[in-house]
Ligand binder design. Sequence first.
Ligand SMILES: [Fe+2]
Ligand SMILES: [Fe+2]
Length: 217
Amino acid sequence: MIAARDFVRALAEDNACFWRDRDVRLDPAADPARRLEQIRYRMRQGVYNELRSVELIAAWIPHVPEREIRDLLPGQLDDEHRHYRLLRERLITLGEDPDAYRPLPEWEALFDWLVACRTRPTLEKLAMFQFAGETQSCEGFETLIALATDVDPETAALYRDGILPDEYRHAAIGRRALTLLADTPSSQDVARAACHEMNERVFGAYRAHRARADRSA
Ligand SMILES: [Fe+2]
Ligand SMILES: [Fe+2]
C-alpha cells in the first residue's frame, strides 16, 4: 500500500497534469483591452463563487465529524466571505453594479451539486473542494495576477495580497484531510475518483465561462 503522504503527493501531480492548459478562462495571447475584459468577467463571476463557497462550507460543517478537519472550516468560511466583500467593493469602485450580473448556470449547477454533496464522506468532499478545487483556484489566481499586473495593477494586488494567501491555506486543508483519511487502498481509490469527478465538472464550467465571456465581448 502507498503511504497516505506519498499518495497525496502523487494525486497532486496527477491533478496538475490534468489542468495543464485547461484553464481557458483567460487568454494570455489576447490584446490588453480584451484581457482586461476577461479579467472583469472573472471578477463578476468571482463575487458569486465566493459567496456560494461560504454557503457550501456552512452546509458541510455539520457533516464533517472529524474534529481536526471540522475545526479548520469556520476559518475558511470567514475567508471566503471576506473575498466576496473585497471583490464586490472592487467592482463598485470600478463603476460596476455587482448585483446586475447574472451568474453562469454552469457555475450555479456546480455549487448546487457541491452543496448537495454535504452528506458524502469527509474524504470525498474535501478531495473535491479543498484538495482539487482550491488547488486549481490557486493556479487560476496566479495566472490572473500575472495577466492583470499591466492592465489593472490594483486588482492584481487585491488578488495577490487579499485573496491568494488564504486560498493556499484552503488547499492545505484538503491535503491535510487526505493525509489523515486516505490511509487504505480503498480510501485512496475513493479520493482519486472524487478528484476526477470534481476536475471534470470544473473544466466544464471553465469552458462554459469562456464561451459566455466571448459572446458578451
Ligand atoms: Fe475565496
Ligand atoms: Fe477558498
